[in-house]
Design a protein around this ligand. Structure first.
Ligand code: PEP
Length: 255
């Protein structure tokens, strides 16, 4: 049993419409108790954050998050969304450095680092994503790649800041592919990440940081991941679009 509160976040990506976003949020909110002790986070497309906030209601136990943000708090950045804007709409979390942002939108570790610092400065909790590609895993480079991403994305954070963040280990080859990492493959990298956090701050700080696994998590594979000592929840893509599946995963991580 971990002393860290488990956290399961739904990354809706660029899916749903306004009515479906509202209905899904309302369904999750109505059944949030099924998640037991697990903290639930919904990350809708930015344009539906307000709709989802309204569907969750003011004192919902379900937290709200965004999928991305800019690192400046205002200015001439056409099309971008600033951290204080997300906070203003009720977001508490923001996913940063998702592999789709890294590969499709050219986000480097330096960019993720700037965004992570900006999120923390604004009072948002970043969910910082890292993970290797299939080619990197097959080339025996998983540890080196994840080490570079963790150290680069979290460079210069104080122990107090590090303690607040969530890290998501998402092997790129497992995202949206139906290929889930085995619990032992995932645990091995989670333990590596916790060790790296220990080096950036201290083992005591690292012991407080929640590390999610992401990559084709479903209700039927969540329980085997949940028993691993360093897996503290899941970042869920496809399965978060169905309340039954999302809550089934959250339940597997809760008590
Ligand atoms: C994700 O995009 O963060 C993700 C884990 O997706 P999926 O669950 O669909 O693999």
């Amino acid at each position: 049993m971990t002393h860290r509160r488990t956290i399961v976040a739904g990354n809706w990506k660029m899916n749903l419409d306004r009515a479906k976003a509202r209905d899904l949020a309302a369904a999750v909110a109505a059944r949030a108790a099924e998640a037991g002790t697990t903290e639930l986070v919904l990350c809708p497309p930015a344009v539906y954050v307000e709709t989802v906030a309204a569907a969750l209601g003011g004192s919902s136990p379900v937290a709200l998050g965004a999928q991305n943000m800019h690192d400046h708090s205002s200015g001439a950045f056409t099309g971008e969304v600033a951290p204080p804007m997300l906070l203003d709409l009720g977001c508490r979390y923001v996913i940063l450095g998702h592999s789709e942002r890294r590969t499709l939108f050219g986000e480097t570790d330096a960019v993720v680092n700037a965004k992570t610092r900006a999120a923390l400065a604004a009072g948002l909790t970043p969910i910082v994503c890292v993970g290797e590609t299939l080619e990197e895993r097959e080339g025996g480079r998983t540890a080196a790649v994840v080490t570079t991403q963790v150290q680069g994305s979290l460079a210069g954070l104080t122990p107090t800041d590090l303690e607040k963040i969530v890290v998501a280990y998402e092997p790129v080859w497992a995202i949206g592919t139906g290929k889930v990492a085995t619990p032992l493959q995932a645990q091995e990298v989670h333990a590596l990440i916790r060790g790296l956090l220990g080096g950036l701050a201290s083992p005591a700080v690292a012991a407080k940081v929640r590390i999610q696994y992401g990559g084709s998590v479903k209700p039927d594979n969540a329980a085997d991941l949940a028993v691993q000592p360093d897996i503290d929840g899941a970042l869920v893509g496809g399965a978060s679009l169905k309340a039954d599946d999302f809550l089934g995963i959250a339940k597997a991580f809760g008590v």
